[in-house]
Design a protein around this ligand. Structure first.
Ligand SMILES: [Zn+2]
Length: 237
């Protein structure tokens, strides 16, 4: 329950706060699906043994999960650093020049279409209640939803990458090497369609467009990697 919800009790605000992490999870799963399936399809197309495809897939799975976790940790950490610096700077400005900060907040509301007198009243009321929070929210766009935990974000994206990346391994259950190749493709495209639908549901948008986009994108990625594997096979690399 954010501060915002008390004033606008629309269900949309809840969707928005949930969409953040769900979108990240869907993105991580997509990433895992496409990269591991492409890796396995590329290896399989190059004509190596199934055990090599499995080894390559597992190596890709751990490399991808680590890379996702590290990337997410760095990205969220720097976002937190920026927010912390903003907060300190804003607190200093409020202490040193409260009147200028009040004028600044008034101007922000005025620019959004609030009449000057009313804007001044709103700014004064907010300055009386919690000036720092008002400036962070309305001047810098911080909200309860934007302040994330780097470690949590890193673990979540690694976990979602693993969930997506394990799916193509189901393709190895097929009896022949050609069937394995195709089952990997089918399982991956189904997984992508599912992730596309979940992502669209989370964002509250139409389902067909986003789902088609990820399926076509994933199909292209696998086709390109398969072609590279095929070339490597033909040239005997
Ligand atoms: Zn300010």
């Amino acid at each position: 329950m954010t501060r915002h919800d008390r004033f606008t009790p629309h269900p949309e605000t809840h969707t928005a706060s949930r969409a953040g992490w769900l979108r990240a999870a869907v993105l991580g799963a997509n990433d895992g699906l496409v990269s591991i399936a492409s890796l396995m399809v590329g290896l399989a197309a190059s004509g190596v043994s199934t055990s090599t495809v499995v080894t390559g897939g597992l190596a890709g799975l751990s490399a991808g999960a680590m890379s996702m976790a590290a990337g997410e940790y760095v990205s969220v950490s720097s976002q937190v650093d920026v927010e912390t610096a903003d907060r300190a700077k804003e607190a200093r400005e409020l202490a040193e020049a409260p009147e200028a900060e009040l004028a600044e907040l008034t101007a922000i509301y005025e620019n959004r279409g609030v009449p000057r007198d009313l804007a001044r009243q709103v700014a004064e009321a907010l300055h009386a209640a919690d000036p720092l929070q008002a400036h962070l929210r309305d001047e810098l766009g911080h909200s309860d939803n934007t302040s994330a935990n780097p470690l949590q974000a890193a673990l979540a994206s690694a976990a979602s990458f693993l969930v997506g990346g394990l799916l193509p391994f189901l393709g190895l259950l097929a009896p022949s090497s050609t069937a394995r190749l195709w089952l990997i493709v089918v399982v991956t495209l189904s997984g992508l369609a599912l992730a596309g639908v979940l992502g669209a549901r989370a964002a509250g948008t139409t389902v067909l467009g986003p789902a088609a986009r990820v399926v076509i994108g994933g199909g292209l990625a696998m086709a390109v990697t398969a072609a590279v594997g095929q070339i490597a096979h033909v040239s005997g690399v």
